[in-house]
Design a protein around this ligand. Structure first.
Ligand SMILES: NC(=O)c1ccc[n+]([C@@H]2O[C@H](COP(=O)([O-])OP(=O)(O)OC[C@H]3O[C@@H](n4cnc5c(N)ncnc54)[C@H](OP(=O)(O)O)[C@@H]3O)[C@@H](O)[C@H]2O)c1
Length: 301
C-alpha cells in the first residue's frame, strides 16, 4: 500500500510515518520545505507550495490513500495576517490536491483529513457526537468548518472522505503537554480560569493508530479522535503535577491575564468541549489509553 501524507514532518505526521513504515506501507509526503525532502526506501518526499498552486504531481504516483495533515500551527500569536495563514494553509493545500487529482489520472480511493474538535460550540454541559451540526462561533470554529468543506469536495471525484476531529494531542515531543509541564515543574503551575472547562484529549499512540485504522477500514465521514474520558482543565493540571510529583498551590490563572499575554489565542485554553468517541469505538477501534493518569504516566514518567 502507498500513502501520501501532507504535513508529514509535523508533530502528528512524524509519529504516523513511523507507524506506517513499521506496517510495511510506502510513504510519499509533500513538504513546503525543500530541505526536508528525503528519499529512502519506502519514504519519498516531494515539494509543494500551496500558496503558489505548485505541487510535484509525482507524489501521487501509485497512491491508494492521502492523509492530509498540513496546516500552519495555531500555537502562534493570532495577528490578522497570521489568522489568514491559519485558514489559507488548510484551504489552499486542499485545493491544490483537489486540482491535481482532478486533472491527472490517479489511483487514490480515499482522503483522510485532520480536523479538530474546536468545531463544536464551547459548552460545560453538552456531550458532542459527530451528529452535532452546530459550529462554534469562534475563529477556530470557522477555520474547522471551512477546512472540512475544503475536503468534502473530494467526494465529487469519487474519493471517500474521512475527517478526524482531533482533541488535545498528548505527546512529549511537542504541542500542549510540554508547555503545561514547564510551569508545573517550576512549582508555579495552576489551572486556567475556573478550571472547569473540559478537555477532550488523546494519546499520540492512539491517534496515529486511529489514522491507520481509518485507512485499513476505508472509513468515511467525521470521526472524533478523543479518549473515552475527557477531563476538566483542573483535573488535567492536577494529574500532570501528580505524575511529576510537584505541588500545586498557586491561584488559578485569570482569563484576562492570558488574554493580555496571548491575545485572541488565549481562547483555546478556556474552551470546553466534552466529546464522545463512541462512533469510532463502534467501528471496532480500541484505545490503549482511556484514562488520563495512565496516558500521562506513559509520557512523563
Ligand atoms: N496537535 C494537536 O493537538 C492537534 C489537535 C487538533 C488538530 N490538529 C491538526 O492536525 C494537523 C497536524 O497537527 P500537528 O500538531 O502535527 O501540526 P504541526 O506539528 O504544526 O505540523 C503541521 C505541518 O504542516 C505543514 N505546514 C505548516 N505550515 C504550512 C503552510 N503554511 N502551508 C502548508 N503546510 C504547512 C508543515 O509541514 P512541512 O514543513 O513539511 O510543509 C508542518 O510540519 C494540523 O492541521 C492541526 O491543526 C492538531
Amino acid at each position: 500500500m502507498k500513502i501520501l501524507i501532507t504535513g508529514a514532518t509535523g508533530l502528528i505526521g512524524t509519529e504516523l510515518v513511523a507507524l506506517l513504515l513499521q506496517n510495511g506501507v510506502t510513504v510519499h509526503y509533500l513538504t513546503t520545505s525543500k530541505k526536508k525532502i528525503e528519499s529512502k526506501p519506502n519514504y519519498h518526499g516531494f515539494y509543494w507550495n500551496p500558496n503558489q498552486g505548485i505541487i510535484d504531481e509525482n507524489a501521487l504516483m501509485g497512491v491508494d490513500s492521502i492523509i492530509h495533515l498540513a496546516g500552519a500551527t495555531i500555537s502562534k500569536r493570532w495577528t490578522p495576517k497570521y489568522k489568514q495563514e491559519i485558514i489559507e494553509s488548510r484551504i489552499l493545500s486542499s485545493n491544490v490536491l483537489y486540482k491535481a487529482l482532478k486533472e491527472h489520472p490517479h489511483s487514490v480511493k480515499q482522503l483522510i483529513s485532520a480536523s479538530a474538535i474546536g468545531i463544536y460550540p464551547d459548552s460545560l454541559t453538552k456531550i458532542y457526537t459527530e451528529e452535532n451540526n452546530e459550529v462554534d462561533e469562534s475563529f477556530l470554529g470557522k477555520v474547522v468548518m471551512k477546512w472540512e468543506e475544503s475536503v468534502n469536495k473530494f467526494k465529487s471525484l469519487n474519493i471517500k472522505v474521512a475527517k478526524i476531529r482531533t482533541g488535545l494531542v498528548l505527546t512529549n515531543n511537542g504541542g500542549a503537554l510540554p508547555e503545561m509541564e514547564k510551569p508545573i515543574k517550576m512549582g508555579i503551575g495552576s489551572p486556567f480560569g475556573s478550571g472547569k472547562q473540559i478537555q477532550s484529549w488523546i494519546h499520540i499512540h492512539d491517534l496515529v493508530e486511529l489514522y491507520l485504522f481509518a485507512v485499513e477500514h476505508e472509513l468515511e465521514g467525521a470521526y472524533n479522535a478523543v479518549a473515552s474520558n475527557p477531563v476538566t482543565n483542573k483535573k488535567l493540571t492536577q494529574e500532570i503535577a501528580a505524575v511529576l510529583k510537584k505541588p500545586l498551590f498557586m491561584p488559578n490563572i485569570p482569563k484576562f491575564l492570558m488574554s493580555l499575554v496571548l491575545g485572541e489565542m488565549h481562547t483555546i485554553l478556556f474552551a470546553s468541549q466534552n466529546v464522545s468517541n463512541k462512533k469510532i469505538e463502534s467501528k471496532g477501534f480500541k484505545f490503549k489509553y482511556n484514562q488520563v493518569d495512565k496516558a500521562l504516566m506513559n509520557l512523563l514518567d
